[in-house]
Design a protein around this ligand. Structure first.
Ligand code: UDP
Ligand code: MN
Length: 255
């Protein structure tokens, strides 16, 4: 028996979007019992994402909701370099959780696990094998994140005893979004569980995890958190020529 994995992926339009989603979808084609919930940060569903999902042959649900950005209603945070930082994917992940609760209420088999998957990370197939072992909340290391080669829970006698995090180690759960999965049925027991726009950057993971676990409840996976099966890779923002300034006709769009 294999519990279903519900992979929740917010995505937004940008030059490398199709490349990132192609790489991710082709990883997911190798994962059994996987249901991909893709939420576009847009007022309308795009053809690019719709076609990519259709052609993937994956089991999927395609949703959309635009991030609400106004000067007053959206708190944002400045990095130490003064860069404006806006929590990404909050409304999108919450919409997916609403969809999930409705879906599970009607489902015969509610067993499954929820994994929040950013669209530009790198996922080993092994991370999916690990998360199917989750009873309530499972955790594992994430590579190349928080200024570290690997950010990971520290395990003593099979329990999480602390974390090696260097970036904001005071976070209640100093774990990246890619470093945990939650039993899907728990979202029916805690329908109030959702992400919040009101927390500072880096606290989204803690915001959702607090509904389901304390540090003592976390289930260390990936060989007691000694193996790295997912990396917080980021696609460099490409710079291309302005097609309007090109003298020769530009190459066709890739979609
Ligand atoms: N995202 C989004 N809208 C945005 C920015 C990001 O939906 O305006 C999505 C993005 O596609 C990704 C997730 O939110 O799946 C996290 O964003 P990103 O990968 O940029 O975060 P970071 O790598 O900086 O942690
Ligand atoms: Mn990312």
């Amino acid at each position: 028996y294999l519990p279903t994995i519900y992979g929740i992926t917010p995505t937004y339009s940008r030059l490398a979007q199709k490349a990132d989603l192609t790489r991710l979808s082709q990883t997911l084609m190798h994962v059994k019992n996987f249901h991909w919930v893709v939420i576009e940060d847009s007022t309308e569903k795009t053809k690019l994402v719709a076609n990519l999902l259709k052609e993937s042959n994956l089991k999927y649900t395609h949703l959309n909701i635009k991030t609400h950005r106004t000067k007053h209603s959206t708190p944002y945070w400045r990095t130490n370099k003064g860069k404006k930082l806006l929590a990404s994917g909050v409304e999108q992940r919450n919409l997916a959780l609403d969809w999930l609760k409705g879906y599970l209420q009607k489902a015969e088999d509610t067993r499954g696990v929820v994994y929040f998957m950013d669209d530009d990370n790198t996922y080993s197939l092994k991370v999916f094998d690990e998360m199917r072992k989750v009873k309530n909340v499972g955790v594992w290391p994430v590579g190349i994140v928080g200024g570290m080669r690997v950010e990971m829970p520290l395990v003593t006698d099979g329990k999480v005893s602390g974390y090696n995090a260097w970036w904001k180690p005071f976070r209640p759960f100093p774990i990246d979004m890619a470093g945990f999965a939650i039993n899907a049925t728990l979202f029916l027991e805690h329908p109030e569980a959702k992400f919040s726009r009101k927390v500072q950057s880096g606290f989204q993971e803690s915001e959702i995890l607090k509904y389901f676990a304390t540090k003592d409840d976390l289930e260390p996976l990936a060989d007691n958190c000694t193996k790295v099966y997912v990396w917080h890779t980021r696609t460099q923002k490409p710079s291309i020529l302005n097609p309007k300034k090109l003298k020769r006709p530009p190459v066709p769009d890739d979609h």
